[in-house]
Design a protein around this ligand. Structure first.
Ligand SMILES: Cc1cc2nc3c(=O)[nH]c(=O)nc-3n(C[C@H](O)[C@H](O)[C@H](O)COP(=O)(O)OP(=O)(O)OC[C@H]3O[C@@H](n4cnc5c(N)ncnc54)[C@H](O)[C@@H]3O)c2cc1C
Length: 267
């Protein structure tokens, strides 16, 4: 296996452009599982760990190489909260936001935050850069709009970020678990509410009717919260798999979204 270890971004982009089918390696917490299970046998690997430009986190831009360990202590409450739920300290020390996007699992834990905040995914190649809204980048289960020769540079967050933020996740146990359902809620002081749900559709999704209802209520009553929960359950499109049935996920999505919203309502 050929392994390249570029030392900076220009070298990385040149390497990726020169071998567009090489597999990119960040923390390896998804990729090496696939290699160890013999699901993937890459002939060429480009390791991104030494590329400092991918570790940048400033002005609303989070580099692809930012690890969960850094997100845990970062300034964004929901991102910190979700990072604390990922894997173990060893996974959080090396697993990255770029790798979570690259894998594009419907259950990826950074994805509800990125969808709720309307992040753009910034892609680079030796020909330049392009930005895609999250929903144009995540095109299906484990499918992205990344083309050969491109790398995820990071995510650009909008200027305005609601102060009230919460993330929650349901799994078969408290730790080291892939989400059965995960959820991020952001709420502005004027009541505008964004909700994103993971593991309940082919990719992370926003239940727009439920968002509209929650946004129209400055102080949602119990009846409004009941209706919000019902709308979330109605809008998600889960499947049954080894982790949960479609019916369980549909029910759990409504309950989880309601509880996460309630946390954003408490003063
Ligand atoms: C024990 C364990 C527990 C886990 N728990 C969780 C969890 O709770 N929640 C969760 O969401 N995930 C979890 N995961 C999955 C994994 O840790 C995350 O998806 C992590 O974010 C992957 O990041 P990485 O840097 O390790 O990616 P890698 O494994 O290095 O790469 C993953 C994929 O992304 C591609 N890639 C990486 N960086 C880039 C880039 N800059 N540009 C383009 N493509 C890129 C790679 O080619 C590969 O296809 C767990 C994994 C393990 C092994």
């Amino acid at each position: 296996m050929l392994i390249e270890r570029p030392q900076d971004l220009p070298e990385a982009l040149e390497g990726i452009g020169g071998s567009p089918h090489a597999v990119l390696l960040a923390g390896g917490t998804d990729l090496m599982v696939e290699v160890n299970l013999a699901h993937r046998r890459p002939e060429a690997v480009i390791a991104l760990r030494r590329v400092d430009d991918l570790q940048t986190w400033e002005d609303g831009f989070i580099g692809a190489g930012v690890t969960y360990a850094r997100m845990e202590t970062g300034p964004l409450p929901a991102l910190a909260e979700l990072a604390r739920t990922v894997g173990s300290p060893q996974i959080r020390a090396v697993g990255t936001i770029g790798g979570n996007l690259g894998t594009a699992s419907p259950a990826g834990d950074t994805l509800p935050f990125l969808a709720a905040i309307d992040a753009e995914v910034v892609l680079g190649s030796r020909d330049g850069q392009r930005r895609l809204p999250w929903h144009e980048f995540l095109v299906g289960p484990k499918q992205t709009a990344l083309t050969p020769g491109e790398v995820i540079l990071g995510v650009q967050l909008p200027d305005h970020i609601p102060a009230r933020q919460a993330f929650a996740k349901i799994g078969t146990r408290q730790a080291m678990v892939i989400a059965t359902v995960n959820c991020c809620v952001l709420r502005d002081d004027d009541g505008t509410t964004r909700v994103a749900m993971g593991a309940v559709a082919p990719t992370v999704m926003r239940p727009r009717e439920a968002e509209r209802l929650a946004s129209s209520e400055p102080r949602p009553s119990q009846a409004a919260l009941d209706e919000f929960q019902r709308l979330v359950s109605a809008e998600v499109a889960p499947i049954s798999d080894h982790r949960a049935t479609e019916q369980y996920r549909r029910h759990a999505a409504g309950v989880l979204a309601r509880r996460t919203l309630e946390r954003c309502l408490t003063p």
